[in-house]
Design a protein around this ligand. Structure first.
Ligand code: PHE
Length: 357
């Protein structure tokens, strides 16, 4: 029997497979590649030697060689995938952050999971109370034009009532035309405009969000604070409906022991207007630093919508009427949790934050 160049093919293939299994890194694999599956490999050399065979032997040998090459290539690629996966794992392992206990001054701090802050929690609770009463929840922008923050709310330019809100202006467009909203009331205007456009009145909505005033922080005020605005536009709505909603809200949020009162006040966009107060929960009404010795804490303002506001957004004040209110979310949290100084909300003292985890 004449010898064929492929006599030793099987043992060559076995050698190659053993060599592949021994490759222990991507670098080693890259280095070995030309010798195993490239031009310099034993399989390529055998391929060339097939030319010497007579044609019928050649096609059979070619097919055999082809199968062997396929097997070696598949094994090589599988090895490459495995080594690449290991390299990726090792990389991740190396980048891993050790988040175990930290020891500072001999005190061991165990890692804890974060939790929503007290304002976010309070906002959610307030929304729940109003949703249960049939209100929907909407949000509006924090940067507003003068029209939304003031003019549409019946506060014309240079009107003395603007002094009620110490305003931060945004350096955009003409001077003093763009503001950081000083209250959530501009969101009322957006909602009414949308409802007019969609012909979807009546409206029953609350609108929570962040507001800004150039106030000096003290035990009851922050320059950045949160309000929840309420708005009802419907047929035959009056002050009694407003008083009923506020009473229901106080009872469900603060419990039956907290007294509330409405005191006559002035807002350009409501008439009549009132301030809404509850007994100070820190001194239970006897007077303390937080309530400036009055025994009462103001939560916000409210009133029956002034027809001028309905007119500004194109709602017929003969057919529709309504009321609005705006409460401080931070104040609600302060009273519910007896936080004697509001500035604690921004100080990030872990002992304070952990009280609400
Ligand atoms: N926007 C008023 C304020 O922040 C509160 C308010 C809202 C009063 C709605 C009446 C009606 O001072």
């Amino acid at each position: 029997m004449t010898s064929s160049p492929l006599d030793e093919l099987d043992s060559k293939v076995s050698e190659l497979l053993v060599a592949i299994a021994a490759l222990d890194s991507l670098d080693a694999l890259r280095e070995a590649e030309p010798g195993i599956i490239g031009k310099r490999s034993i399989l390529s050399t055998l391929q060339k030697s097939l030319g010497a065979l007579v044609s019928e032997d050649r096609s059979e040998a070619g097919a055999r060689l082809q199968r062997a090459r396929h097997e070696v290539e598949q094994t090589f690629e599988a090895r490459r995938a495995l080594l690449a996966r290991d390299a990726r794992r090792q990389g991740l392992e190396k980048d891993r952050l050790e988040l175990g206990d930290v020891v500072v001054d001999n005190v061991r701090w165990a890692p804890t999971t974060g939790h929503p802050g007290i304002i976010a929690v309070t906002q959610g609770q307030l929304e729940d109370v109003f949703v249960a009463m049939g209100f929907s929840v909407s949000e509006g922008p924090e940067v507003e034009s003068d029209w939304y923050n003031f003019e549409a709310l019946n506060i014309p330019p240079a009107h003395p009532a603007r002094g009620m809100w110490d305003t931060f202006y945004v350096d955009l467009g003409d001077p003093e035309t763009v503001v950081l909203r000083t209250h959530t009331s501009p969101t009322q205007i957006h909602l009414m405009e949308d409802a007019v456009r969609a012909e979807s009145l009546p409206l029953h909505a609350v609108m929570p969000g962040r507001c800004y005033r150039r106030d000096s922080p003290d035990s009851r005020h922050l320059a950045t604070f949160h309000q929840i605005e309420g708005l009802v536009v419907d047929r035959g709505i009056g002050f009694a409906d407003l008083a009923g909603v506020i009473e229901t809200f106080t009872r469900s949020y603060f419990g039956p022991d907290t007294s509330s009162r409405l005191r006559p006040a002035f807002f350009p966009f409501t008439e009549p207007s009132a301030e809404f107060e509850i007994t100070c929960t820190i001194c239970k009404g006897s007077g303390c630093r937080t309530c400036s010795q009055t025994g009462w804490i103001e939560l916000g303002g409210c009133g029956v919508l002034d027809p001028a506001v309905l007119h500004a957004v194109g709602i017929d004040a003969e057919e529709w009427s309504g009321f609005a209110f705006g409460f401080g979310i931070d104040r609600c949290a302060q009273m519910r949790h007896q936080i004697s100084d509001m500035r604690a909300l921004t100080e990030n003292d872990v002992r304070f934050l952990e009280r609400f985890s």
